[in-house]
Design a protein around this ligand. Structure first.
Ligand code: XMP
Length: 510
């Protein structure tokens, strides 16, 4: 299988670059520039290397650099943005910083005829985001594109197969970005398009069948996409040797616990233990209204319940987790780089004895996890499930949690989701749910005064959940949801719509 190395210099689009490469059926892996040596790169046999962008200036002493020998490995390199400037610097060209030379946003590129630009029109729109620019291409390089402000918007040393572009081909605003990446991958690196998530998963299934058959494997199933796909993949490999523990903390959406059980135990024949721990969780949460304390209690309790189940099973050989690629990628932002902690099962239980951890999805991006799920026959409702926080409805009930409040919220939330689904909007919000605020207000029903809770509806549109816009839902959808909730859920007498974006708000209320 041909592989491309995405050498990460801290750019915000590093994951996007890797995904774009994989969309072309070429395997790409991201490595921070300070975590992979020249020797390792040489040994790994990459077909090509992409230098990512980064926030720095090459002349800043703290900026990320790499051994210039990388340019002499005989492996084609494409430098993007900062990567383009770094390649220039490494090869002896000149990078200049000037206030008035910065470009941000859509910019017209004038491209020469060159194999990197096969199928690219001589004038086309690209996405720029830079201050420094390459004022003089290094020796042996020729300039192959420019913009009104940027005299060297792309350069090439065909003899060594080294290329640099100041713009971002991975961003969709770059009209011919896909063609440029394809030209690099197939024309220059001569990669074969032989990678896809499904085949990779099939091979993983074979591998796990050989390695794990006859051994006990334990997985905490939450019903979210990642743990569901991980469970099915392992089930396909080792069948009943896999035990899934599904901790139902009583804070799930309406009907969700039964749906998960039905799907996995009855639908797929997975060896599933459902632990109905609602009472235990509610007991611990009684009277607690501080958001962080609630989260902590749930995280800890989750581990305790899971451990108790695991102990009944005895020694397990492997603990399986639904970790996915973005969870394991380290960032190339320098010495302070940290690995993102996974918060899907609230941390690793420390008293379960196991020999190894198995993470069948650790090489996959989310969209790839979804295609693997589809291949394995996971129902659409689970494959396209919106994110749901580990602490569940506890972070959507403001103030203390009671059974009654959980019931009110489950009903209101189910109605809102039903109305959004029924509306078949041209673009479904990426996440939508109801929140039970702690505010009560006076209402009137028939001739009687009511004093019920206020439900808040929340719908957001986002690519990555790091930032999010509140979704401009049609008034009719809001109207139907509101009138159904106030009519069908006694105890809620008022409905409001949350029109805050993130930042400064967060998606969840707590
Ligand atoms: P916030 O509220 O931080 O949420 O803007 C961003 C995204 O993360 C989800 N979320 C969680 N997911 N465990 C999870 O697995 C958690 O503790 C958690 N808290 C928030 C949230 O639903 C949104 O999609």
């Amino acid at each position: 299988m041909d592989k491309i190395l995405v050498l990460d210099f801290g750019g915000q689009y590093n994951q996007l670059i890797a995904r774009r490469v994989r969309e072309q059926h070429v395997y790409a892996e991201i490595r921070p520039y300070d975590r992979i040596s020249l020797f390792e790169i040489r040994e790994a046999g990459y077909r090509g290397i992409i230098f990512t962008g980064g926030p720095n200036s090459v002349y800043d002493p703290a900026s990320p650099h790499y051994d210039p020998e990388i340019l002499n490995l005989g492996v084609p390199v494409l430098g993007i943005c900062y990567g383009h400037q770094l390649m220039t610097w490494m090869a002896g060209g000149t990078v200049t910083g000037a206030e008035n030379s910065s470009e941000y946003g859509k910019t017209v590129l004038y491209a020469d005829a060159h194999p990197l630009f096969d199928g690219v029109e001589p004038e086309s729109v690209v996405w720029m985001s830079h201050t420094d620019y390459v004022s003089k291409a290094p020796e042996r390089f020729s300039v192959i594109a420019r913009t009104d402000k940027c005299p060297c918007a792309a350069m090439a040393d065909d003899s060594r197969k080294l290329y640099g572009v100041q713009f971002h081909p991975e961003v969709t605003h770059t009209v011919f970005g896909k063609e440029i990446l394809r030209n690099f991958l197939f024309g220059i690196c001569e990669c074969s398009a032989d990678w896809n998530a499904e085949d990779y998963a099939r091979k993983a299934i074979e591998k796990y069948r050989e390695e794990l058959s006859g051994k006990k494997v334990l997985l905490a199933l939450s019903g979210g996409v990642d743990s569901s796909v991980a469970a099915l993949l392992l089930h396909e490999a080792i069948g009943q040797d896999l035990t899934c523990v599904f901790v139902d903390h009583g804070l799930l959406r309406k009907g969700e616990g039964d749906f998960v059980e039905q799907t996995f135990r009855h639908g797929f024949g997975v060896n599933l233990i459902r632990v109905n721990a609602a009472e235990r969780f509610l007991g611990k949460l009684a009277g607690v209204s501080d958001p962080e304390t609630k989260r902590k209690i749930i995280g800890e309790e989750f581990i305790r319940v899971f451990e108790a189940e695991a102990q009944k099973i005895g020694h397990v050989h492997a603990l399986a987790q639904g970790t996915i690629y973005p969870d394991v990628i380290e960032s190339g932002k320098g010495a302070s780089a940290v690995i993102k902690s996974h918060h899907n099962v609230g941390g690793l239980p420390d008293t379960i004895s196991f020999d190894i951890i198995v993470e069948p999805l650790r090489d996959f991006f989310k969209d790839e996890v979804r295609s693997v799920g589809t291949m394995l026959g996971l129902p659409k409702e689970l494959v396209w499930r919106q994110p749901f926080p580990g602490p569940g409805l506890a972070v959507r009930i403001i103030g203390d949690i009671t059974e009654e409040k959980i019931r009110l919220l489950q009903e209101a939330d189910a109605i809102f989701r039903e109305e959004i689904d029924r509306a078949a909007l041209p673009e479904t919000p990426n996440q939508y749910f109801a929140v039970l605020t702690n505010a009560r207000s006076v209402g009137v029903m028939g001739d009687a005064r009511t004093y019920g809770y206020t439900a808040a509806l929340r719908a957001v549109s986002t690519d990555d959940f790091m930032t999010a816009e509140w979704t401009r839902l049609p008034y009719e959808v809001l109207e139907r949801a509101s009138s159904r909730i106030t009519n069908e859920v006694p105890g809620i007498s008022r409905v409001v719509y949350d029109i805050s974006s993130k930042p400064p708000a967060t998606v969840e209320w707590e």
